[in-house]
Design a protein around this ligand. Structure first.
Ligand code: NAD
Length: 454
């Protein structure tokens, strides 16, 4: 079976690498020449654990290649998977499908023989049907099927998620499309991975339903954390007590700076848009979006309060700028809106991220990029933990505090237990928990954080 993947981004690259690892002959197409050249030279343009070895071993075995030449790659393929971006349309909530449809037209012109064209990108309900129309119009003689195969991988564990998914969803409108996709995923079905075969419409909704549900959990626990701050309860205890209930579970219940990344913000907005468009608004999602945006806007206020009420002339050290740990992706990360806001309020910024600094340098001006957390903290009035990188969990807080102008930490990820902080000299503010103030400055052993609801 010959497979072509359009798009060598987070989803396209991981899918192409893993399909080639199943033994298929895979060509991955991207229109970004620099990206293709890097891949052809054995370099990975994104940071994704475990991806580089699998890319290189399959490339060397001759099963995986990269090209800008969509036409030849599609002509040779039995299955073409579209894995291009579907960002939010400028000034709207709707998903921008222009990349998907442009790829569809190019595929239509290039395909030869029976071809199954699959959307792996996250696309709103009805997209497969529109793609079918576009392709039929461009190639009335074309022998093809359109199918939907949403991807559920998480950045940071994408290879593992692809090779050992909880399920594979295939949306199909005909027996031959279903047969092709079942064949494609035979290696996973053989390992007892459930294959959910359904209509294209249901498959498209499943992806948005899953992401929106997870985003809802995050927004819920964040507002619960605000309540905990106000009434003196510890959100970590509340989450544990709640999440150990098997009906609920502990995942996606970590309080933090609000959800970000390349999926949850755009997918919640796109689902809300689709629902409004069909006259069936999902008001819960509208509320989740508003709550999350409010939370992100209030991050700067929390930091300002922690450094004494004004940020003018203060230095803030940011630890982590990626939207979560184990990725270099900064799309819609908390840092993206926080950095300009802190600068607008007069703060000088230093930052360190284990892998996202190249992306940070391209996005932010006037940030001092540091080799590690300790150098970022030198002379700082506050250290702000934005990303839950493991490497931050083991920080020597005494050492961190020693060179700071004001030993203050605002931990938006609750990385530290109170016992870790006590004795370090750091005034510690976290999410949904009391603040810790060292003995020489404190008025009571533990003071409540007074920022109010966010
Ligand atoms: P990305 O921006 O990392 O990659 C998209 C790639 O497609 C880019 O390299 C771009 O140059 C290329 N491209 C665009 N149009 C092209 C064309 N006509 N021909 C060739 N190449 C083209 O995007 P991503 O993060 O991989 O996301 C892709 C889709 O998968 C989105 O719909 C996203 O919502 C969905 N998704 C993403 C994730 C994730 O973790 N990133 C997880 C599940 C689903």
């Amino acid at each position: 079976m010959k497979i072509t993947v359009i798009g060598a981004g987070y989803v396209g690259l991981v899918s192409a690498a893993c399909f080639s690892d199943f033994g298929y002959e895979v060509t991955c197409v991207d229109r970004d020449a620099r990206r293709v050249a890097m891949l052809e030279n054995g370099k990975t343009p994104i940071y994704e654990q475990g991806l580089e070895p699998i890319l290189n071993s399959n490339r060397q075995a001759g099963r995986l290649s990269f090209t800008e030449d969509l036409k030849s790659a599609v002509a040779a393929a039995d299955i073409v998977l579209i894995a291009v971006g579907t960002p939010t349309r400028e000034g709207e909530d709707a998903a921008d499908l222009s990349y998907v449809f442009a790829a569809g037209e190019e595929i239509a012109r290039a395909m030869q023989g029976f071809t199954v064209i699959v959307t792996k990108s996250t696309v709103p309900v009805g997209t497969a049907a529109r793609l079918r129309e576009i392709i039929s119009k461009a190639r009335p003689d074309g022998d093809f099927e359109v199918a939907s195969n949403p991807e559920f991988m998480r950045e940071g564990s994408a290879v593992e998620d692809f090779l050992r998914p909880d399920r594979v969803v295939i949306g199909v409108g005909s027996e031959r499309a279903e047969a092709a996709l079942r064949q494609l995923y035979r290696p996973l079905a053989a390992k007892n991975v459930p294959i959910v075969a359904t209509s294209c419409e249901a498959a498209e909704i499943i992806k948005y339903a899953a992401n929106t549900f997870l985003a809802t959990r995050i927004a819920f626990v964040n507002q619960l954390a605000d309540l905990c701050e106000k009434v003196g309860a510890d959100i970590q205890d509340v989450v544990r007590g709640m999440g150990l209930d098997k009906r609920i579970g502990l995942q996606f219940l970590n309080p933090g700076p609000g959800f970000g990344g390349s999926c949850f913000p755009k997918d919640t907005r796109a689902l809300a848009h689709t629902a409004r468009q069909h006259g069936r608004p999902i008001t819960i999602v509208e509320t989740v979006i508003a709550a999350n945006e409010g939370r992100k806007r209030a991050l700067a206020d929390r930091i300002q309060e922690a450094v004494g009420g004004t940020l003018a002339g203060k230095k803030v050290a940011l630890l982590g700028i990626a939207f979560k740990a184990e990725t270099d992706d900064i799309r819609d990360a908390a840092a993206l809106s926080l950095v300009p806001e802190l600068q607008r309020r007069g703060a000088a910024l230093a930052a360190f991220d284990p892998v996202a600094m190249d992306n940070g340098r391209q996005s932010f001006e006037s940030v001092q990029w540091c080799a590690d957390a300790y150098s970022a903290a030198i002379g700082a009035d506050a250290v702000v933990v934005l990303t839950e990188w493991n490497v931050f969990r083991g920080l020597d807080l005494r050492r961190l505090a020693k060179d700071m102008r004001q030993p203050v930490m605002v931990d938006f990820r609750n990385l530290f237990a109170f016992a870790d902080v006590q004795g370090s000299g750091i005034t510690y503010h976290s999410i949904g928990r009391a603040s810790i103030v060292p003995p020489d400055t404190r008025r009571a052993d533990i003071l409540p954080f007074k920022s109010g609801a966010v």
